[in-house]
Design a protein around this ligand. Structure first.
Ligand SMILES: Cc1ncc(COP(=O)(O)O)c(C=O)c1O
Length: 381
């Protein structure tokens, strides 16, 4: 499908027929419990969200956006694109905003894997959306285990791609490990990719990695290779996971190809309005990063105190060794009102914990410490 709603309206939409196929939701496919089912008082450490909510000035401005909800979102969408252009110093044709960055991943799968009859090469473990969509469409996915230092094995990914065509997905920082793949290694890799391949760099957790040795965003410091494009989201530091906004930035021709898979008006007017305001609220965003960074430090102090092995984190979550099957710990925690991350095979004994507020983390640790009684001794290394 290659028409936007704007061009659809221009052409009159003659000859277009809507065909839909009911599929289980992405969360269902991943075995994740529906988040809406969380009872009041539950502690949600399973979604890598910002537990403090949207930025304060954005929360205050939400009602203004609701007032124009009777209209299609085009003016608010344009406002958001202007804000993204200003933030990243890019041109209009280099940006496409989406219903969460998951939509960028879906579009990339459709355009660069399925339409080109190519191959998707991903790390293992990594964020599942893109390969879940590809496999649901019976596309070809090759998983390449992370290296022992939990960076992407880029030479291994090159080998897995073969001669192409296809798409490499690089999640940096990586979900679920919260680890980084050094910029210099990615640059070296880009010099060696086959000509008919594209590279999607998912920077969902960028804000928590800024300043880390060896890390640099491919939006802020782009490479001269139009096959590289980047996904960002408002679901993490900006605290807008429920509003659903993300975007892609890349070369005009690459963004044009991505738009072939566009869903008309997928960004609603409230989300677009709030996302545009969020980008302008740089001091509040930095305060949110600083607060979550302090929560991260506190989390690792608690791990050290208990001699729990934890993977150093460059994101708003961390993986800890629970010394037994993570799904058992998760089920036990859930029964006590604490939701932690879903299992990420093959790291079956590692739990992914999103950082909550200090009160939520106090409840988490109390429950964790109590697990020894209901699960037997949890190994502490
Ligand atoms: C690495 C990564 N990319 C993309 C997403 C999807 O985010 P969004 O809420 O923008 O669809 C997530 C969500 O957790 C993620 O971890």
């Amino acid at each position: 499908m290659t028409l936007s709603r704007r061009s659809f309206l221009r052409t009159g939409g003659i000859g277009l027929a809507a065909v839909t196929f009911p599929l289980p939701s992405f969360a269902q496919q991943c075995g994740e419990p529906p988040r809406a089912a969380a009872a009041a008082g539950q502690v949600l450490l399973n979604g890598n969200e910002n537990p403090y909510g949207p930025l304060p000035s954005v929360q205050a401005a939400m009602p203004q956006a609701l007032a124009v909800a009777n209209r299609y979102p085009d003016p608010k969408y344009d406002l958001l694109i202007d804000a993204i252009m200003k933030t990243h110093k890019v041109k209009r044709d280099q940006v496409h905003a989406t219903c969460g960055s998951t939509e960028v991943l879906k579009m990339a799968c459709d355009e660069f894997v399925m339409d080109g009859r190519g191959r998707l090469v991903v790390a293992s473990p990594t964020f599942e959306a893109i390969f879940t969509y590809t496999e649901a469409d019976r596309g070809s996915v090759v998983r390449v285990p992370l290296r022992s230092d939990l960076a992407h094995d880029l030479p291994g990914m090159l080998k897995a791609m073969g001669a192409g065509p296809g798409l490499f997905y690089i999640c940096n920082p990586n979900n679920p490990t919260a680890t980084l793949t050094p910029r210099a290694e990615i640059e070296d890799f880009l010099k060696r990719i086959p000509p008919n391949t594209y590279v999607l760099i998912d920077e969902a957790y960028h804000h928590f990695a800024v300043g880390a040795p060896g890390y640099e965003s491919f939006i802020d410091f782009p490479v001269a290779d139009e096959r590289v494009f980047v996904a960002r989201t408002f679901s993490k530091v900006y605290g807008m996971a429920g509003l659903r906004v993300g975007y892609a930035v890349g070369a005009p021709d690459t963004i044009k190809r991505l738009r072939n898979e566009e869903l008309y008006d997928s960004v609603n007017c409230v989300a677009a309005h709030c996302a545009a305001l969020s980008l302008a609220a740089t001091a509040e965003m930095q305060a949110a990063v600083d607060r979550i960074t302090r929560d991260r430090t506190a989390f690792f102090a608690e791990c050290r105190r208990r001699r729990i092995q934890a993977i150093p984190s460059y994101a708003n979550f961390a993986m800890i060794d629970c010394g037994r099957l993570a799904r058992e710990v998760r089920a036990s925690m859930r029964a006590q009102g604490i939701r932690i991350g879903r299992p990420f095979p093959p790291m079956d004994q590692w739990c992914r914990i999103s950082f909550g507020t200090p009160d939520e983390m106090a409840r988490f640790w109390k429950t964790w410490d109590g697990l020894k009684d209901c699960l037997g001794e949890i190994r502490e290394t």
